[in-house]
Structures are given as C-alpha cells and as structure tokens.
Design a binder for this molecule. Structure first.
Ligand code: GRG
Length: 331
C-alpha cells in the first residue's frame, strides 16, 4: 500500500506564467522541440496494441532509431509500443514549472554559455525528472491519482505501462546525452553526473530513505533525504553547466557551493506547499512549519549571498526567490 492516497497536486503556476521574459519563452520552445525530436527519432510511432494487427501503424521495414533492423523477416513489426510512447509523451509534455531546465539556462547565462550547448543537458535532466514523477506516483510509492492537475501516468495508462514509461525515460536520458553531446569529455562528465544524481546516492536512494524512514526521523535524516531525493538533481543541473568550462574560477566555486543549498531549499518549499493529509515523512509536519520556513529562508539567503556577482534581475536570483516565495503561495 502506498503512503498517501489521492495526493493533492500542488501544481499551480507554470514557469510560463511566472517568467514572462521573451528569451525564456524562446528557450522553453527550443527545449520542447529538442525533446520532441528525440522522442520522434528514437521512439518511432508504433502499434496501438501489442497484438500484431497490422493496419496503418504496421511497418514493413522494422526500424530502430530511424534505421532499418536487419531481422530477416520483413513482416516482423518492430516500431515499438504506441501506448508506451503515449505514456512517455503524456508525462513529458504535461506542463510543470521547468525549474530545472530554467536553472540550467540561468547558470549558462552567468557563465556566458550559449543555449545550443546546454539543450541536451536540460532535456536529459527533465527526462529523469519526469521519470521520477511517474514512479513516485505509483501505488507502491506515493500512490497519487493526480499529477499536475491531470490523472497520473498509471491512472491514465495502467501501472505496467507507467512503470515502463518511467524506466524508458531515464534510460532515454542517457541515450540522448550519448547521441547529442559533441565533445566526448562533456559526454562522459554528463553521464557521470546523471548516474550520480539518479542512483543510490541520488533520486533512487533518496526515495528509499523517504519511503522507509527511521523510527525517529531527525533533522540530519531530513537533510540527507532531501538532498538525495531532490537536491542532487537540482544541484547537478548547475554542475552540468559548469562541466562545460575547464577552469575553476571564483565564480564557479561560488556556484558549486550554492548548488546544494538551492537543491535542499527546493524540497523544503515543496514540502511546505504540500498540504495533503496523511503525510508522514514531511519536514514541515514533523519539525513544524515554522522551522521549515526558517530553513528555507536560511538556505535561500545563503545561496543569494554567494551569488553576489550576479545582478539582482538575473534569472538565477529570480529562481531562488521564486522557490522561496512559492512556499507561501496558497494551493
Ligand atoms: C526513475 C529516476 C527514477 C527515480 C525513481 C521515484 C523515485 C525513484 C524518486 C522520486 C523522487 C521525487 C519525486 C522527488 C521529489 C522531487 C520534487 C520536489 C518534485 C516536484 O518537482 P517540481 O515542483 O515539479 O519541479 P513540476 O511538476 O513543476 O515539474
């Protein structure tokens, strides 16, 4: 049994509404086109059902990644499963704040790195994020019926397809980095960072800590769990951009130090927004909302102080403040 039934989605504002900056819109459009290109190329349209019923979707030329597979049987349909693809696209293109891709853009702006160079990174990170949300909603985890104001992936497509959609998404994120990163040294660094952020010390390990908390969770536990479950991926967004620069400078050091603070602040803000019932492992419930607000403010202010070289109107600072303020927003 999951811990929370019918978790109320706290999704309210999308990034489009919050950052009415034309350049950000252009970035988000480019980002979505990039994402769509990857799904179109590597997850080609397939069969509506698993049964090989033929029809429009049936291919005489089985393909993988746009290439014909020499299987020796031209009748073997091999375009992939349509529902799986639908579930992947349903989850990828269902809104969300795009906090992580925007943080990547914000870091790139501070480092004077051009958008095309960071698109694969932003896209792969959002795919891992989408995968984690699908899995997080499953009945064996948070058991959430809704996500972003819509039916969660498993409610829409069934648990089997949702599980596979989540698996597929995070694997495809690695695939995307492999295919779209020009420089080998950047590719290796990005793959390493993704492994670190998603694996045992990251999302997956953090989720285990959240699902099976100790009997008496203390502040240290929350710090660790928040960082692994949420903070690592957010912090990795920044690190991935810094990986494009060889030299370590005062600026990069400050950004590296601020990254985990922003990551932890993001989860605390998320907890404070979550007003659903039956929440057991939530900092704001266990330690009290006041203390959680204090921690959020301390972390955010520390991060803002560190980024003293960035102008106050910079996207980077705006994102830190946005995260701080959303904790106070009414759902
Ligand atoms: C398959 C990669 C993978 C992981 C499996 C289920 C799991 C392990 C991890 C779950 C981790 C998790 C859901 C952490 C919470 C992170 C969080 C605060 C999510 C909400 O992010 P927002 O607010 O969501 O950015 P939107 O909807 O805006 O994209």
């Amino acid at each position: 049994m999951g811990r929370k039934k019918n978790k109320t989605p706290n999704y309210k504002a999308s990034s489009e509404g919050l950052f009415k900056d034309k350049e950000i819109q252009v970035f988000l459009d480019q980002f979505k086109v990039f994402l769509k290109k990857h799904t179109d190329r590597f997850l080609p349209l397939g069969f509506e059902n698993t049964g090989f019923k033929g029809g429009a979707a049936r291919s005489k030329e089985p393909t993988r990644g746009g290439k014909i597979i020499p299987d020796g049987d031209s009748c073997l349909p091999f375009r992939g499963h349509q529902q799986l693809r639908n579930a992947i696209e349903y989850s990828l293109f269902s809104g969300g704040k795009h906090f992580r891709p925007l943080l990547i853009l914000a870091t790139a702006r501070l480092m004077k790195i051009k958008v095309p160079l960071i698109l694969p990174w932003a896209t792969a990170i959002e795919m891992i994020h989408a995968a984690s949300l699908i899995h997080d909603d499953l009945p064996c985890m948070d058991n959430s019926a809704q996500r972003r104001g819509k039916a969660s992936c498993h409610r829409q497509f069934g648990e089997d397809i949702a599980l596979l959609a989540g698996d597929c998404l995070w694997i495809e994120a690695f695939h995307l980095i492999h295919v779209h990163t020009k420089e080998n040294k950047h590719k290796l660094k990005w793959l390493f960072l993704l492994c670190q952020a998603a694996g045992f010390q990251g999302l997956m390990g953090g989720q285990a800590l959240d699902l099976r908390p100790p009997l008496n969770p203390d502040e240290f536990y929350y710090k660790k769990m928040h960082f692994m479950k949420t903070g690592t991926l957010i912090s990795t967004c920044i690190e991935g951009v810094l990986a494009l620069r060889d030299k370590s400078t005062e600026k990069t050091k400050k950004l590296k130090t601020a990254a985990p603070l922003i990551g932890r602040a993001f989860q605390i803000s998320d907890d404070l927004q979550d007003k659903s019932e039956k929440i057991t492992s939530n900092l704001s419930c266990t330690l009290g909302r006041k203390k959680a607000y204090q921690q959020l403010n301390t972390l955010s202010n520390k991060a803002l102080q560190l980024i003293d070289f960035a102008p106050s109107f910079s996207l980077f600072k705006k994102l830190i403040i946005f995260n701080q303020k959303r904790a106070f927003a009414e759902n």
